[in-house]
Design a protein. Structure first.
Length: 301
């Protein structure tokens, strides 16, 4: 179970409290998954205008979810920390995520006539994406060190999920994806990435460019390696469980044998036999010494 000491570092010592540690115990892992999982989607912002309406709506929902999650986390932690000035100074990456996510939501608001004048162009969108990468990377590094110590077994599946989304995003960027194109939407790219990383490869969606094929090869290698690792971990878990069950059975059998009357009687008999053997060894030693003394007397006479 995590305690305040698990989250206490020289940087957090000024503002860490038991309530803040308890909050991070429940939020670190979900926020880490959300931060890393949303990283590949940032690249889609660069080609947002080329996406179909369904894909743009999906991006808007994803941006809104990330904004609400990190804004809630930031303001709750600001409320329960001990030194708010120190918290703001050290946790600037969390504030940067909130700000950049708010900027990313502006295109969705402009569709309803809200903040239309601030709708991000390609240059501003690129700057926002870079800032979000820096911010999310900083949060991932901060929370990853703590989370991976407690959830290292899930790292393989997390890597597979990240590669699944990243490959779909890159496929969307380098292949003909869009309305009236060979591949209709980002969700078709997700389907291709899923069948590729699991090495199923249905063939209904496939890359035709050199970059797309390189992405496909990378995805297959990661999929094979990751699922092999997960399989090995699962086999290790089963073997360890069997050994623990065998040890538990042996302990129960031994305890039952020692606690029963027959077991106690056998123990007494073994103890008496050992004492008898020790006495017999002593008698033989005494007899050998007596014979040696008599032999010395006979020689001296």
């Amino acid at each position: 179970m995590s305690t305040e000491a698990d989250f206490l570092t020289p940087e957090t010592a000024d503002y860490m409290t038991p309530r803040l540690a308890a909050w991070r115990k429940w939020t670190d892992l979900p926020l880490l998954i959300l931060a890393i999982g949303s990283l590949p989607l940032l690249l889609l912002e660069l080609i947002r205008d080329d996406l179909i309406v369904l894909d743009r709506e999906f991006l808007d929902i994803a941006n809104l979810v990330v904004l609400v999650a990190f804004a809630t986390d930031y303001f709750v932690e600001l409320l329960v920390c001990a030194n708010r000035r120190s918290y703001v100074r050290h946790e600037w990456t969390s504030a940067l995520i909130v700000v950049t996510q708010a900027l990313a939501v502006i295109p969705a608001l402009s569709a309803f006539g809200v903040l239309r004048v601030l709708r991000a162009g390609r240059v501003l969108r690129f700057i926002v994406v870079v800032l979000r990468v820096v911010a999310i990377g900083g949060v991932s590094a901060r929370e990853g060190r703590t989370v991976l110590r407690r959830h290292a077994a899930a790292f393989g599946l997390g890597l597979a999920g990240f590669t699944w989304i990243l490959s779909a995003v890159l496929f969307t960027m380098v292949e003909d994806v869009g309305q009236g194109e060979r591949v209709h939407s980002f969700f078709d790219a997700l389907w291709w990435s899923l069948t590729t990383i699991t090495t199923v490869g249905y063939g209904d969606v496939f890359p035709v460019t050199a970059a797309g094929r390189i992405i496909g090869g990378f995805t297959m290698v990661v999929g094979i390696s990751t699922f092999a690792l997960v399989t090995a971990k699962f086999a290790e878990f089963l073997v360890r469980s069997d050994r623990e069950d065998e040890l538990a059975d042996d302990n129960r059998t031994g305890s039952a044998a020692q606690g029963s009357p027959d077991g106690q009687l056998n123990g007494v008999v073994e103890l008496l036999s050992e004492v008898q053997r020790e006495f017999a060894d002593r008698d033989r030693t005494i007899e050998a010494l007596r014979q040696e003394v008599e032999h010395l007397r006979a020689r001296s006479a």
